[in-house]
Design a protein around this ligand. Structure first.
Ligand code: FAQ
Length: 314
């Protein structure tokens, strides 16, 4: 028996070393399965909770064109959540259990979605910065070792790239508008910059899972590497907009070929992660309400599926 497990472990390790995908029916170590359930379900929850801050502005979009684009974006996030929940189900956890973990606070979701969306400029800043950060985090995940997660990420990244551009275009329009509009854009950047940097997770030295996840090729880059890549890519975009990144210590380091930046407020990050951010309670309340109000839809869909199955069987 033990020899059998060792043999399966060796096959698994070989596949990881060869950059072959691990598929749901393949043998995998229990810890690999659990880590994937944790990360993929948290990722799915982030997409679904992430619909709320922007959903808040659909009725107040400044034009029909903006409303259509925002609606499409928010729907895309729902789709991303669904691919990810489906990918996670292949690891042997039910969707109900995942929702239960979200509602009870056992499962996390991204810290970024616990901040409020105060003005229309926040729609620009979220698309530009939050989707921008999500792309940088998710492009390496297209190459992650678990097949269903990697395949979901390919489509998600294509859609995120449209989201990032629509956000940047909103910022561009505001920055080319009146002084009041430009001030709104600057205020949004001031509020969303630091939380966007926190999206990549704690510094590598404080990250619980990075080392093991890199070995399993679940993560292909560390939190700090991705954060630096985001800063290097985004600062020149702020320059084009004529906006100032709210970090007095931000400076291009020619020797390193990267921007140096100021200290991130990790106390704030952990407070938000632990449920004490500005909107945590509201977000979970809204998700629970959506789950409860959708009960009749789930019942009807299940009843229909059962009837169809009965019909096929008879
Ligand atoms: N927020 O050891 P690590 C999006 C937790 S999707 C909350 O470094 P790991 C699209 C972490 O879970 C955004 N918690 O963890 C969109 C762990 O706690 P645990 C979501 C965080 O997993 C755009 C502990 O801290 N993206 O934006 C955060 O190796 C616009 C220690 O951390 C993904 O989920 C955080 N920011 O690395 C939607 C991408 N960071 O679980 C709508 C996939 C860390 O032990 C609108 N996930 N924690 O209790 C990942 O790449 C990784 O899971 C990281 C964290 C990088 C997020």
């Amino acid at each position: 028996m033990e020899d059998n497990v060792k043999a399966m472990e060796a096959i698994f390790e070989q596949k990881i070393a060869n950059d072959e995908k691990i598929e749901p029916k393949d043998w995998m170590p229990e810890k690999y399965r659990k880590t994937h359930i944790r990360q993929i379900s948290q990722h799915a929850h982030s997409e679904i909770v992430g619909m709320l801050p922007e959903g808040n502005w659909i009725t107040r979009a400044p034009s029909l064109r903006r409303k259509v684009a925002l609606l499409a974006k928010v729907q895309d996030e729902a789709g991303h959540g669904l691919y990810l929940y489906s990918a996670c189900e292949t690891l042997g956890i039910s969707r109900e259990e995942m929702y239960e973990q979200l509602h009870s606070g056992k499962a996390k979701y991204s810290s970024i979605f616990n901040y409020p969306t105060l003005t229309w400029a926040d729609m620009g800043a979220i698309g530009w910065l939050v989707d921008g950060a999500a792309i940088i985090n998710q492009v390496p995940l297209c190459n992650t070792s678990f097949g269903p997660y990697a395949r979901a990420m390919v489509r998600v990244c294509k859609e995120e790239s449209f989201h990032q551009r629509q956000g940047y275009e909103i910022m561009m329009t505001l920055c080319n508008g009146t002084q009041e509009q430009k001030d709104m854009a600057q205020d949004a950047l001031n509020r969303w910059w630091w939380p966007s940097l926190m999206m990549f997770g704690p510094n590598d030295a404080d990250s619980t899972h990075t080392e093991q996840s890199m070995k399993w090729k679940l993560k292909r880059k560390t939190n700090d590497e991705l954060r630096q890549q985001f800063i290097d890519q985004t600062v020149p975009q702020a320059d084009i907009l004529g906006l100032e990144v709210p970090d007095p210590e931000l400076k291009y380091n020619h020797e390193k070929g990267h921007y140096d930046f100021g200290d991130i407020n990790w106390d704030e990050f952990w407070q938000v992660v632990k449920g004490h951010g500005p909107c945590n309670k509201e977000r979970i309340r809204d998700r629970k309400n959506a789950w409860e109000n959708g009960e009749w839809v789930r019942e009807a869909a299940n009843a229909y599926a059962e009837k169809q199955a009965e019909r096929k069987a008879s």
